[in-house]
Design a protein around this ligand. Structure first.
Ligand SMILES: NC(=O)C1=CN([C@@H]2O[C@H](COP(=O)(O)OP(=O)(O)OC[C@H]3O[C@@H](n4cnc5c(N)ncnc54)[C@H](OP(=O)(O)O)[C@@H]3O)[C@@H](O)[C@H]2O)C=CC1
Ligand SMILES: CCCCCC(=O)O
Length: 457
């Protein structure tokens, strides 16, 4: 796989990056493993946390530059790119200020004696990450790993090599020692070999089911712990007592965020029958009105998809959905001309026999379903191979909370869109993956939670 920057707004090649060789991989693993065996990883946490604080400051200082690099490389709106740069600094600071507390020994009341759980690093980790949040996906792994003392070798998506390169530069400038984070432009086969390597103790992956399955299978074969965050087909539930205008505004924002290339954005709009017509009418008007164009233009609301292949794939998905009986309520086409643009699209009348019913549309394509009651909402929401997140809109909070507990996902957001924050666990169930990133849960995914017990004398 070639590592290239191709600007999605123009489809023009900006730069090609050379792949790393097997010798480069060996050097990276050697440096990472030596670091793991050193006082840096096993000793006091504070020197590691100081690196995270410095990293956050460096990120803040280069915010505009970093944001522009992401927009040019994968097409997200410049405002969204600034948000991403902001949150990766927040993640670094969050673990800098909380990791020592999270990793402190946890005492256990036991009749057998004085007992506690210690938290120790386990060794070199592999991160395999996607392009849609090209910095966030890296920091989500790096910050807790560094705090815990686990060195990381990372394979980023092949369409965001500039983001990968500048992230590693920032980490090194912040004072992280050689081996703490090593970016590798490598192939899938080299990834498999890294997972098999005795020095590697875990793998964190975000991306597609196909990649996740391949990585998890290899990790399983070599008995390495893994975490996976993959696709989602999140419901956006609008109940009969919801604030319709608020739900429309947030629904459009969520479906079109990152041009719809976000696993936790709204995908399946599940409307109570009593408000369905009103919501759909206002939603359609709002989707049709968004300004499509250059993501560097501050007034643009929908930028390009990440690649020409992404447009081709989405076009095929929409066409198949219609062939199998879906109604094309809005849009449905790639936009002719320069760049990877796709119209805001709404599909209705999607039967369970339509392949679209079970598919994630990774683009500005909303599926709309109409239901009669809360039980039908739960049945529809859970009739999915995914279980990442979802949103419920109602002015009856107790009703919304009851629905949230019944919907089988890793998260439910009530009266707002699904998002992320350093203190909130992120992850899903079923084919959306397993394990959690961020929060106290995230930093404990790749530590040895070791029991120590002193017997009663
Ligand atoms: N959960 C999330 O945040 C995201 C989920 N996705 C899901 O993935 C789908 C496709 O997006 P896409 O970017 O193609 O995702 P991929 O899963 O193809 O890419 C994610 C990462 O995995 C790598 N990869 C792919 N196949 C393998 C393999 N067999 N072994 C090791 N590494 C591999 C990719 O490398 P390379 O780039 O070189 O192929 C990339 O670094 C989307 O439709 C969406 O469902 C995508 C982005 C984010
Ligand atoms: C808001 C951050 C989300 C990152 C992972 C995803 O695409 O869902």
């Amino acid at each position: 796989m070639a590592y290239r920057t191709i600007n999605p707004t123009t489809n023009k090649l900006v730069k090609t990056y050379p792949n790393h060789t097997d010798a480069d991989v060996e050097a990276a693993l050697d440096a990472a493993h030596k670091l793991y065996k050193s006082e840096w990883s096993k000793g006091p946490i504070q020197p590691r946390l100081k690196v995270l604080e410095r990293l956050a400051d460096l990120i803040d200082a280069r915010k505009e530059e970093l944001a522009r690099i992401a927009t040019v490389e994968m097409g997200k709106l410049i405002s969204d790119a600034r948000d991403e740069v902001w949150i990766i600094a927040e993640i670094a600071r969050y673990y800098a200020r909380n990791a020592e507390k999270f990793l402190a020994p946890t005492r256990i009341d036991s009749q057998l004696g004085d007992a506690w759980v210690e938290h120790h690093p386990i060794g070199v980790l592999l991160a395999v990450e996607p392009w849609n949040f090209p910095y966030y996906q890296l920091m989500r792994v790096f910050a807790p790993a560094l705090a815990a003392g686990n060195p990381v070798v990372a394979k980023h998506a092949s369409i965001v090599p500039h983001c990968a390169t500048v992230f590693e530069e920032l980490v090194n400038e912040a004072g992280a020692p050689k081996g703490a984070w090593t970016n590798l432009f490598i192939t899938s086969d080299q990834v498999a070999n890294i997972i098999a390597d005795e020095r590697v103790q875990g793998a964190a992956m975000t991306g597609s089911e196909g990649a996740g399955s391949a990585i998890a299978a290899q990790a399983g074969k070599y008995l390495k712990k893994s975490t996976l965050e993959m696709g989602g087909n999140d419901v956006f539930v609008v109940l009969d007592d919801a604030d319709i205008d608020k739900a429309v505004d947030i629904g459009v924002f969520s479906r079109l965020h990152i041009s719809g290339q976000e696993c936790i954005c709204a995908k399946r709009f599940v409307l109570h029958e009593s408000i369905a017509e009103t919501f759909l009418s206002r939603f359609t008007t709002a989707m049709a009105a968004v300004k499509i164009g250059d993501p560097l233009d501050e007034t643009t609301r929908l930028g390009p998809l990440s690649s020409a292949d992404a447009v081709k794939g989405l076009s095929g998905q929409v066409a198949r959905a219609i062939e199998h009986g879906a109604t094309l309520h809005l849009g449905g086409n790639a936009i002719e001309g320069e760049g990877n643009f796709f119209e805001p699209t709404i599909l209705t009348n999607i039967s369970r026999s339509n392949p679209a019913y079970f598919e994630e549309f990774f683009g500005p394509v909303a599926q709309v379903y109409v239901v009669k009651n809360d039980d039908e909402i739960v049945e529809l929401a859970n009739d999915s191979r995914y279980g990442l997140a979802g949103a419920v809109f109602s002015q009856n909070i107790e009703r919304a909370k009851a629905l949230a507990s019944r919907i089988a996902t890793g998260a439910i957001w009530i009266n707002t869109f699904a998002s992320t924050a350093p203190e909130l666990p992120f992850g899903g169930v079923k084919r959306s993956g397993y394990g959690r990133e961020l929060s106290e849960l995230g930093i404990k995914e790749f530590v040895n939670q070791k029991l120590v017990l002193v017997a009663k004398s």
